[in-house]
Design a protein around this ligand. Sequence first.
Ligand SMILES: Cc1cc2nc3c(=O)[nH]c(=O)nc-3n(C[C@H](O)[C@H](O)[C@H](O)COP(=O)(O)OP(=O)(O)OC[C@H]3O[C@@H](n4cnc5c(N)ncnc54)[C@H](O)[C@@H]3O)c2cc1C
Length: 576
Amino acid sequence: MVFHRFDAVIVGAGGAGLMAAAQLAGKCNVAVVSKLYPVRSHTGAAQGGIAAALGNVEEDHWIWHMFDTVKGGDYLVDQDAAEVLAREAIDAIIELEHWGFPFNRTPDGRIDQRRFGGHTRNFGEGPVRRACYAADRTGHMILQTLYQTALKRQVTFFDEFMMLDLLLTDDGVCTGIVAMDIETGDIHVFHAKAVLLATGGFGRVFKVTSNALAATGDGVAIAFRRGIPLEDMEFYQFHPTGIYKMGILLSEACRGEGGILRNGLGERFMERYAPTLLDLAPRDMVSRAIYQEIRAGRGVDGKDYVWLDLTHLPAEVIETKLPDITDFVRTYLGLDPVKDLIPIQPTAHYAMGGIPTDVDGRVTIDAQNTPIPGLYAAGECACVSVHGANRLGTNSLVDLVVFGRRAGRHMARFVQENDFHPLPKDPAYRARAEIEWIRENDGTERVAQIRAELQEAMMTDAGVFRTGDGLKRLQQKLGELRNRYTQIRIDDKSRTFNMELMEAIELGFLLDCAEAIAASALAREESRGAHYREDFPARDDANWLKHTLIARTSGGLQLFYKPVVITRFEPKERVY
Ligand SMILES: Cc1cc2nc3c(=O)[nH]c(=O)nc-3n(C[C@H](O)[C@H](O)[C@H](O)COP(=O)(O)OP(=O)(O)OC[C@H]3O[C@@H](n4cnc5c(N)ncnc54)[C@H](O)[C@@H]3O)c2cc1C
């Protein structure tokens, strides 16, 4: 076992983790621990853009951005946090620019901006150009810019180290983490004054997803296991335009640049669902509209997909502003977006819920928002909550940089004002026990089989449409899979790069996330944002304008609730 001591440890090298690291560098000694080599983090797959009301191309204001975020989130957004997001987005983008981010430019040299779903001018009058971008490789550029900045500032990296456990004292102070060096299988204990969880999302609980293989909810599940409640887990976003059957994302920028959706009859069906914003309505609405068309028999050839049509756009726009997705369509489908229609279906994309935090990234433990000393979370694994029941496109990347930065700055102050708390006697015992159990278990069940059944069941019963009966059936299935998980067996017993072991550990995390989603979704008897209950199709503010918290206790899963922070915008019906 190897021991390390750092003032601050950041788990995750995506946009959120690296932004925080860049703030801490030079102020204290900081380590970034990452399962993946940093630039392989899922942030690098982000395509379309990052929102900020710069007003470079047409009039825009941060308060319009704040309003769109609140309305887009179906009023479950904490408005104090949304205000921080919209205001600080502007400065965060300028900071990225100064660090070398290669934005697309207007002819007069300013950062160019394009349209995205749900972003409007003057409180909903029509679409606005708010998304800053670098072609359709915005996330790739963010990751490269932040990684270079962190390297330049001499942050210490532990690449390909997998966190297995979070260390909290009995009285609830965070003292570090335990991780496995994937190359050697050695266990490392990181003693820290402050820890930031920035481990990303858990799209891999679903069968059809845009998320990378590594998006297995590790940080979320580990926090849950250590008694930290999870917030709003029932709100999981399906992006309307995944490549049919594969789930690979075709960015909303396709529609931002003028692309439209057509059903099997060739109709621009969004006219029926969102007369003002049409194809640029928020994702929850567009995904439901696609399935409604399919259910009404208007899918393509009676099948469960519709078309994304870019053929009316100038070839030059397609080739230069959407080069990566054009490549995907050519490579994976053998079609050419310049002249062919593209078959698409909604794909599991983004977790609005996660580890609850305040606006400084401090993880909170209860409905009163009591912070856990020394523990922070930011990025997709966290729930601030700025996305409420449904996130707008381009609002995740800005969440990473705004709240990653705030968390980093708060941690810098925290480590200056606080000492190290002692570690428990044998800090790695739980992590060691888990690994030994998996390596030595002599069962008959296969990890891949259980994972496939999990993903299938989640897709069927916790996808775009949900019912009470379906969610109960799902809970039963999850119970069965949980039992079968205790009977797994892996063949690779080695210590070096043991991928079979990693996948088994990750399956445990996925099961935790799925259980939290199912229980939270069953309890919420209303429809709001991405959570659509066919048996309760209306939004119910009288009973459900509140955040779900779910905790794992010795008596099983426990649900409780906390109020939504409303400052400027009273909840209204959502019309687009
Ligand atoms: C295909 C795609 C396109 C997208 N496009 C956009 C877009 O255009 N605009 C937008 O705003 N949003 C977009 N999003 C959403 C956005 O990219 C993500 O929400 C965001 O990048 C998540 O960043 P993160 O820093 O939280 O985590 P990630 O970038 O996912 O990074 C997670 C990090 O945690 C580490 N990690 C995970 N588990 C462990 C562990 N057990 N131990 C150690 N390290 C661990 C990983 O190594 C990784 O470094 C897109 C998402 C996808 C999937």
